[in-house]
Each structure stands twice: as structure tokens, then as C-alpha cells.
Design a protein around this ligand. Structure first.
Ligand SMILES: [Zn+2]
Ligand SMILES: [Zn+2]
Length: 204
């Protein structure tokens, strides 16, 4: 981790934003480090991030790179992958950062066993404490490992993906709430929002 790119204070603020310190957030901080080293930060929406999961790492990416859901320069693809693509609008190209499948320095059989047991029969107090220790060790290793050990980074070509434009709002004919036209569904001639459509379909 290069403190000239992301200072200890910025790490502290990122943990504050996320609410706790964890291995997932550490991955996000290291991803952001690669992005800031290459592109600088992007308060002006010059950068667009495409994230392939919606887990802890994405909070670090939003906080540190300036790519956020609300500004529309963070797009979420529900692929369940620990991978992040960043495009620069100016050059219409970018980089994809994917976490390597097996990272030698992160191998921890004990952590794996504890997580499996937690998901099954559960852990006693001693094991919970041990789990917290192993997770903290993992977090530290992620923060300290050379980036090349953690990630595969490759160049990607454009075009920069675009968020669906905000079009007209229609009013859902079941709940009466306004809804973006592109998110409406038709059901027996009525215009519905997605939750109302899902509820009607379940009853039908
Ligand atoms: Zn977390
Ligand atoms: Zn509705």
C-alpha cells in the first residue's frame, strides 16, 4: 500500500464511511489505490466505475475514487465477481482490475474452517475471537501485499458504458407512485411499478 497515494488518514476516513474495518474494504482500498495511481481522483465525473458485486469493497471505491451511485458514474453488474473496471471518458478506454483466484499470502486454512463452521453448527466464544483475529490478519495482508500479487490488471477498450437516462415518469396504476418509464411493467393493460407487478404476478 502506497501512503503517498492513499494516506493513513484517508484509510481511517474510509473505514468511518463504511462503518467497520474488514478484508473486503481492504480490497476496495487497494483497488482504489491502483485507480488513483493511474488516473487521479474524479470529482468531475471524468471516471466511470463498473463494479461486479455490491459488497464491502464498493464502499471504499465510492469514497476514494469519487465514482458513486448517486452521480451515475458507478454502475453495478450483479455478477458476484471481485472485479472492477474503470473507464476514463476522455480517452474512451480503461482498466479492469480482477482479484486473483488464489493469492499465496492470503491462504489461510484455519480461516476457511472457521467460516464453514460459522455457517453450519456455529462458533463458540473462543472460536469467534479466533475468527476475528484471522480476519484481521487477512485484512492486514491485503493492505500490505504488492498489488501484482493481489490483482490482474488489463486494459479495456470503450465505449464507456452509460447509465439509463432518466426519462419521463409515469404513475403506477396500483400504488399511485411515480416511476421511471423504463422501469414500468404492463399487466393486463395497466402500467405498474416493478414491486406492484411482482405482487400481481404472484397472485395471478
Ligand atoms: Zn465490510
Ligand atoms: Zn406500484
Amino acid at each position: 500500500m502506497d501512503e503517498n497515494i492513499i494516506s493513513r488518514e484517508m484509510v481511517r476516513q474510509t473505514i468511518g464511511f463504511h462503518g467497520h474495518s474488514c478484508p473486503g474494504l481492504a480490497f476496495g482500498i487497494r483497488v482504489a489505490e491502483q485507480v488513483l495511481a493511474r488516473f487521479g481522483s474524479s470529482r468531475d465525473e471524468e471516471l466511470v466505475a463498473v463494479v461486479e458485486n455490491d459488497m464491502c469493497a464498493v464502499d471504499a471505491i465510492q469514497f476514494l475514487t469519487g465514482c458513486t451511485f448517486g452521480k451515475g458514474n458507478l454502475l453495478f453488474l450483479d455478477y458476484g465477481k471481485n472485479a472492477y473496471t474503470f473507464y476514463r471518458r476522455a480517452t474512451d478506454s480503461g482498466i479492469r482490475i480482477a482479484v486473483r483466484p488464489e493469492i499465496g499470502c492470503l491462504r489461510d486454512d484455519q480461516l476457511g474452517d472457521l467460516l464453514r463452521k460459522k455457517g453450519g453448527p456455529g462458533l463458540d466464544a473462543d472460536e469467534e475471537r479466533l475468527l476475528a483475529e484471522r480476519r484481521e490478519l487477512r485484512r492486514r495482508r491485503i493492505m500490505e501485499a504488492p498489488a501484482e500479487e493481489l490483482f490482474v490488471v488489463r486494459d479495456v477498450a470503450g465505449p464507456v458504458p452509460r447509465r439509463a437516462r432518466v426519462m419521463e415518469s409515469l404513475v403506477c396504476q396500483a400504488c399511485g407512485e411515480p416511476v421511471m418509464e423504463s422501469r414500468t411493467r404492463r399487466f393486463f393493460g395497466r402500467t405498474l411499478c416493478i414491486p406492484c407487478f411482482d405482487a400481481m404476478e404472484k397472485r395471478a
